[in-house]
Design a protein around this ligand. Structure first.
Ligand code: AMP
Length: 210
């Protein structure tokens, strides 16, 4: 199954993507993670993306479309994949169509803006492997330490409150129109984000028909 996870930054797409990945055995592909990885290794693409990302703005379409084109060619995608954070604009969705990628379901996780701002202030990521945690919803076993690689947990620059507000503005103007785009194709399923991650996961699975 080819799945897109839509939703505002901080709506819990990444966490749900990991759950579906384990459950269905298909890879979760996060353009945000790929860009952060490129930034860490200092590649040309990483350098191009840096200023946009840190300002809470979208990285230009041609850069992220190129990333996805390459990633979807990899072997592990042949039985399906979960796109987390792509597409984020109409031209990106059109690029998937042009590539001949058939999307089966688009799950939109809805969370009100006020909750997003509160949630994102508690978000932490591993500075080493990029795994994500939350001070309230997904605590690491040891405070400030990654469960997977023992790296130090940090707050992403783009999770600071002012940047979060900018990211939400961008989400409403650039990404939200995708709901209409996929609704017209009969693929959109809306899930209300719940307080408990597992409750949201149950609703997501229901929409996936699993
Ligand atoms: P994320 O981790 O998905 O919230 O992504 C973090 C940042 O990476 C975003 O705020 C954008 O600057 C950039 N980014 C990730 N995915 C995309 C995309 N599909 N289109 C444009 N920019 C993106």
């Amino acid at each position: 199954m080819n799945i897109i996870l839509l939703g505002a930054p901080g709506a819990g797409k990444g966490t749900q993507a990991e759950k579906i990945c384990e459950y269905l055995g298909i890879p979760a592909i996060s353009t945000g993670n790929i860009i952060r990885e490129a930034l860490k290794s200092g590649t040309e693409m990483g350098l191009k993306a840096k200023s946009f990302m840190e300002a809470g703005q979208l990285v230009p379409d041609e850069v992220v479309i190129g990333i996805i084109k390459d990633r979807l060619k990899e072997d592990d995608c042949k039985n399906g994949f979960i796109l987390d954070g792509f597409p984020r604009t109409i031209p990106q969705a059109e690029a998937l169509d042009t590539m001949g990628v058939v999307i089966d379901k688009v799950i939109d996780i809805e969370v009100p803006d006020e909750k997003i701002v509160a949630r994102m202030s508690g978000r932490r990521v591993c500075g080493n492997c990029g795994a994500s945690y939350h001070l309230m919803y997904k605590q690491p076993k040891v405070d400030g330490v990654c469960d997977l690689c023992a790296g130090t947990l940090v707050q992403r620059k783009d999770d600071h409150p002012d940047t979060v507000k900018e990211r939400l503005t961008v989400y409403h103007s650039e990404t939200e129109p995708l709901k209409d785009y996929y609704s017209k194709q009969g693929k959109l399923r809306i899930v209300e984000g719940q307080e408990e991650v597992s409750d949201t996961t149950a609703l997501v699975y229901r929409e996936l028909g699993e």
